[in-house]
Ligand binder design. Structure first.
Ligand code: NAI
Length: 274
């Protein structure tokens, strides 16, 4: 598929959005930015709430593809998650369908399958022990549940309307891994840009769910679906392992926060209030 030229980047003021604003233009994209918050230095950025259906409809006009990062990115109240992540994502899909935007690349999360047991064994794990992208939804939070919804919404819009999506179950995308758990899930910013580019340009994706991590020695999940899109990760968290292990030690099944993919999200039921 020819590379889309103009791409709407939602959540552009966030951590990941800020990193991708810097890295994606090198792939030839012209980005239209959207966020709840203004973006310093970009007066053309769309300042809008995904819950505002009309504003979202306006924002998608004339774009060739959408990278959807906007939303609440951790656990919150069901009411807030409902508005920003569930209704907001629905508004985006409706707007894209109406405007004929052919593809969305959406940030899903490891927390959509957070209650999946952490795989065990010496690193690197054999392929048969890696968590497949067909692992059933096991959300660990309302946040994770909203990502399950978004994946199913993407499937619906593909089956019913022919709107393509790549749902990327991102592990942890930060400049560096900051915990032992993150050594398994880390997605370097440069690999994230590679993955987004692959997801935007691969042929015939229908609705594809892919895991988003670097080529970590301690990887827990299978990257073959992402690789089939053309993703060739270049980074590995292992150079950070010695220091993090010296601070924290190895993950242990005696610690409930270490037994499942979602980490401490699985052990701290929501105590948020509206
Ligand atoms: P972030 O919290 O730093 O950024 C999210 C951005 O979305 C913020 O700038 C916020 O203002 C904006 N936003 C929130 N609600 C909005 C609304 N109703 N309308 C418009 N904009 C809204 O999160 P981060 O880390 O940049 O994550 C981006 C996406 O990737 C999120 O969807 C998150 O769930 C997902 N993700 C991120 C991971 C990571 O390691 N950073 C891991 C897994 C998933």
């Amino acid at each position: 598929m020819p590379a889309p030229r103009t791409v709407l980047l939602t959540g552009a003021a966030g951590g990941l959005g800020t990193l991708m604003r810097e890295l994606l233009p090198a792939y030839g994209y012209r980005l239209r930015l959207l966020d709840l918050r203004p973006i310093p230095g970009d007066p053309d950025a769309v300042v809008a709430d995904m819950a505002d259906e009309k504003a979202v409809r306006h924002a998608v006009q004339g774009v060739d593809a959408i990278i959807h990062l906007a939303g609440i990115s951790q656990e919150s109240t069901f009411a807030r998650i409902l508005r920003a992540n569930i209704e907001g994502t629905h508004h985006l899909y409706e707007a894209a369908r109406e405007a004929g935007v052919p593809r969305i690349v959406a940030a899903s999360s490891n927390h959509a399958i957070g209650f999946t047991p952490r795989p065990h064994g010496p690193s690197p794990l054999p392929a048969a022990s890696l968590i497949p992208t067909t692992a059933p939804h096991r959300p660990d939070t309302f946040y994770g549940l909203s990502k399950c919804f978004a994946e199913d919404l993407a499937q619906l819009y593909w089956d019913l309307h022919g709107l393509e999506t790549v749902s990327l179950r991102i592990g942890s995308c930060f400049a560096e891994p900051t915990s032992v758990r993150m050594l398994s899930l880390w997605l370097s910013p440069a690999d994230c840009a590679r993955l987004l580019h692959a997801a935007l340009t691969a042929e015939h994706v229908g609705h594809t769910v892919a895991h988003g991590s670097s080529a970590n020695t301690r990887l827990w999940w299978d990257l073959s679906t992402a690789r089939a899109l053309g993703y060739a990760p270049q980074d590995d968290s292992e150079p950070y392992a010695a220091q993090l292990l010296a601070q924290e030690g190895e993950l242990s099944d005696d610690n409930p926060a270490h037994t499942h993919v979602g980490g401490h999200y699985c052990t701290e039921p929501s105590r948020y209030e509206d």
